[in-house]
Design a protein around this ligand. Structure first.
Ligand SMILES: Cc1ncc(COP(=O)(O)O)c(C=O)c1O
Length: 384
């Protein structure tokens, strides 16, 4: 079966957050992380059938939904999880906030590596916990962890470590040695490790594999809260269906207790989409990865050839998000400048970068949209 990622789908004047931001303005939205592609036919068919049933009462996952997740973990990563370890959630930003409340007390600290997806830094603060960020280093063309700085950042108040695996926005797939070293770091300092793996099925480099952090050893599994969802890969984030995998019963209870009365249940359609994605979505996912690889390669070639002053410093190994260094352009406000020329990017400072240094670009769009965005960016450079 072939899948069509090239035919544009009209998203302007719909409920799309990504497109509403620039309603009425000729600005291509390349910011928030959802894709402009219709989701897999298998998911659409399952949703249609569920809608035809016609009743949308309070939902619980069916056994077939749980089985689809359990089977996907084993098939994709050789990770044998027990169904009882799964905690269903309406989103992973929710999970980051719950984790901070469950595993750190007010005034205690949550460590992470930056730049990073903004809720990694805001979730602790939302609950009067502190966020401490250790900047990545650029070593031989790869974003790497500054281990000395990480050790120095630990205090007696550090209780939790947030890992983004693979990483948004630097698009890095963590290697086994790095994960083992991080796990050892968390064990030595007795930190709970929250591993957000929402992008794990979006590995673009065929030579690399996703390694769930909890798979490293039973000891590290016991201190790991793994966060996953079909939302990014299968383009169903608006259906609000995610899950944590927590093998340690004590930590799972603590996590669930922190959700009580606050976190809403997952909805009927989200469960249906989740099951169809993990059970039947693989051919579509493979086609998507091929298309995204094409977009990535097109971006890299175009930036190198036609956008002097914009630098992509490291390979885009995973995700459909590109982290662009725009410091050499000398723009006080790169976002405003590119918006003036018709391209809406994500502000690097939200991820912890210095003002004017970085922007993030979403490549989850048709090749034609990407080409048009890059054409406009070239004009933007000429108009400085
Ligand atoms: C690392 C990471 N975690 C979580 C989310 C959002 O998750 P949710 O929509 O389930 O809250 C994103 C969205 O881009 C993300 O990149």
């Amino acid at each position: 079966m072939t899948f069509d990622f090239d035919t544009p789908v009209q998203r302007a004047e719909t409920d799309s957050q990504k497109w509403q931001k620039y309603a009425g303005r000729d600005i291509l939205p390349m910011w928030v992380a959802d894709m402009d592609f219709k989701c897999a036919p298998a998911i659409l068919a399952a949703l249609h059938a569920r809608v035809d049933h016609g009743i949308f009462g309070y939902a619980r996952p069916e056994k077939s939904t749980v089985d689809a997740v359990v089977d996907a973990m084993e098939r994709n990563y050789g990770w044998k999880i027990d169904a009882s370890w799964i905690v269903w959630l309406p989103g992973l930003v929710v999970a980051l906030n719950v984790t901070a409340q469950a595993f750190a007390a007010p005034g205690e600290e949550v460590l992470t590596l930056s730049p990073v997806y903004p809720p990694f830094m805001s979730a602790p603060k939302n609950a009067a916990r502190a966020s401490v960020q250790v900047p990545f280093e650029l070593t031989a063309g790869a974003w790497t962890i500054n281990w000395d700085a990480l050790e120095r950042a630990v205090t007696p108040r550090t209780k939790l470590f947030y890992l983004c695996n693979p990483h948004n926005p630097v698009a890095r797939v963590w290697r086994r040695e790095e994960l083992v070293r991080l796990a050892d770091f968390c064990e030595r300092h007795d930190l709970v490790l929250c591993s957000d793996e929402i992008h794990c099925d979006l590995i673009l480099d065929p030579a690399l594999k996703h390694i769930p952090t909890a798979l490293l050893s039973p000891e590290i599994a016991a201190r790991t809260i793994t966060l996953m969802a079909p939302s990014k890969t299968y383009n169903v984030p608006g259906l609000g269906t995610s899950f944590a995998i927590i093998s340690d019963a004590g930590r799972r209870t603590r996590f669930v207790r922190a959700t009580a009365g606050i976190v809403a249940e997952v909805n009927n359609l989200g469960y249906v989409a989740c099951e169809a994605a993990y059970r039947d979505g693989e051919p579509w996912r493979q086609a998507l990865l091929a298309y995204l690889r094409g977009n990535r390669d097109f971006l890299l070639a175009t930036v190198a050839r036609e956008l002097p002053g914009i630098v992509i410093e490291a390979p885009i190994e995973a995700t459909y998000l590109a982290w662009l260094n725009v410091a050499a352009l000398g723009l006080a406000d790169p976002i405003a400048h590119f918006e003036q020329h018709g391209v809406g990017l994500s502000e690097g400072t939200y991820f912890g970068a210095a003002k004017g240094h970085y922007v993030r670009m979403n490549l989850g769009c048709t090749r034609a949209t990407l080409a048009e965005a890059l054409r406009r960016m070239k004009l933007a450079l000429a108009a400085r």
